[in-house]
Design a protein around this ligand. Structure first.
Ligand code: R5P
Length: 333
């Protein structure tokens, strides 16, 4: 530590990249409103050259400060987002930051977490290596990683927050506390722990499908283990909706087996390709968080089938606790 460190007003600063400016600003406002602490917030913009190369522009000095870097690892695409993070990390290190906590609600590539066929990469591990390749990277704050054990890809601490507490609160409020006749369903074994945790929060039973993908990657669900879903109000929960194939297959199977009502809950609604249109036409609701940033107008336009629950407070509290000597992020799990 430099002997003059104590002369800086705030040892912490929030830095955000374009898709996360609004969420970072709301988190800063929450921290100030609830805890009376103000972290300066700097908004990074990128210059994109004709060749496609990107150059981050950090507007203020960050020298000797600890940076909470709000960055979406999905936008504009996972690959572009990764490069944007790498060049910004390099710029922050060369600007003499004291340390970096990456705050990224959704971490892309984590579904590629094992070699399940010949000649496959383990891209999730590679992403962890790239994040840590910045010598100033100290910590990651993220949410509902595809599998909890992906924390082990990192050697630095990872706070893997769960949004299913937020979603459970939202559900209780919506149902006026009446969760009778509700069953939580996981579309696959991989999501069983998540479904159980949600069911426990709601104090309702759980059922789990076995999911397979055929050669073309089309999802099929088959054997259902656990509570009966006949004439029940079913909440399907999953970490990610990407193309929507898993959810559509699960809904179809549940309806065929006699479920009465169906809702779909997820943390990360990527909604690739025509998934949004298929859900809009599907006749059931999706509730997700804002881990994948979307504009206000998008949410309003799709409000008939999409409910977005904000994870601002969860993230803001995690950032605040991570800034404290003796703070506790685990109490938010
Ligand atoms: C897979 O195991 C995940 O938990 C999700 O079920 C999957 O990624 C969803 O993808 P899609 O919406 O494309 O079926």
């Amino acid at each position: 530590m430099h002997k003059d460190d104590s002369t800086y007003a705030s040892p912490f600063v929030v830095v955000s990249t374009p898709h996360m400016h609004e969420m970072a600003a709301r988190c800063c406002a929450h921290i100030t409103g609830k805890h009376g602490v103000t972290f300066p917030h700097h908004r990074v913009e990128y210059k994109v050259f004709a060749s496609g190369e990107v150059l981050p522009l950090i507007p203020e000095t960050v020298r000797r400060q600890h940076v909470f870097l709000f960055h979406a690892l999905q936008h504009p695409t996972p690959n572009d987002a990764l490069m944007r993070m790498l060049v910004l990390n390099d710029a922050l290190a060369r600007a003499s930051v004291h340390g970096i906590t990456l705050v990224t609600p959704f971490m892309s590539y984590l579904r590629q977490d094992r070699k399940h066929k010949k000649r496959m990469p383990i891209s999730g591990r590679m992403i962890a290596d790239l994040i840590e390749s910045n010598r100033q990277a100290e910590r990651v704050i993220t949410a509902d990683m595809h599998a909890d054990q992906a924390q082990g890809f990192f050697t630095i601490p990872v706070d893997n927050l769960t949004c299913f507490g937020l979603l459970a609160d939202h559900c209780r409020e919506k149902l006026g506390g009446d969760v009778s006749n509700v069953v939580v369903v996981s579309p696959d074994f991989g999501g069983a722990v998540r479904a159980r945790s949600l069911a426990k929060r709601l104090r309702v039973p759980v059922a789990i499908f076995e999911k397979r993908r055929d050669e073309d990657g089309v999802a099929e669900v088959d054997m259902l283990i656990g509570e009966s879903i006949v004439e029940k109000r079913v909440i399907i929960c999953d970490d990610i909706i990407d193309t929507g194939g898993t959810m559509r297959a699960t809904v179809k199977e549940l309806l065929a087996r006699g479920a009465k009502e169906i809702e779909v809950w997820t943390t990360h609604a990527i909604l690739s390709g025509n998934a949004a249109q298929l859900f809009a036409d599907g006749g059931y609701r999706i509730t997700c968080t804002d881990s994948i940033p979307r504009s206000q107008s998008y949410c309003e336009k799709n409000a008939s089938w999409l409910t977005v629950v904000s994870m601002d407070v969860l993230l803001a509290e995690a950032v605040y606790e991570a800034s404290l000597v003796g703070g506790s992020v685990s109490k938010l799990f």
